[in-house]
Write a protein of this length. Sequence first.
Length: 166
Amino acid sequence: MPRTGEPRAAPDAEQAFELAGHFLGARPRSRWEVEERLRRARATEPVITATLARLTRVGFVDDMAFARWWVEQRDTHSPRGRMALETELRAKRVPQSVIEALRAEHTEDGGMTEGERAEAALDRHLRGRPLPEDPKALQRLGMYLVRRGFDPATARAVLRRRGTGV
């Protein structure tokens, strides 16, 4: 084992696979996240390429599955608008083709609509409190939804459905 301050040796193919498996054990990751983790471990490019190919072959690295998981987690724990979700996926370097396929799939399978996501985000934010009647407070709630990635029209529609005149 290297002493503190001594650089570690670059992992070989088996060590890289084990390292990536451990990294993926916490939660699904995008291909780019795994690749970056292997780079931080100082794996060589041929080892990174071989490891990613092996992980893809066994189904541990799949950007579409990762994107589905990411959206599901957001819908459950911290609802975001489509724009914000897609921005987060791009930050994880999920390819645009995967994002577009996910968008089409989500539209076809009848997943949560943008309005339902906005309602869920508002409910989560209010935590059971009633919707305020103060116009400034309503405006702040609308801006909260916009910051969460919902377009202004969706934010207004959700607040109107809740019985306000925004």
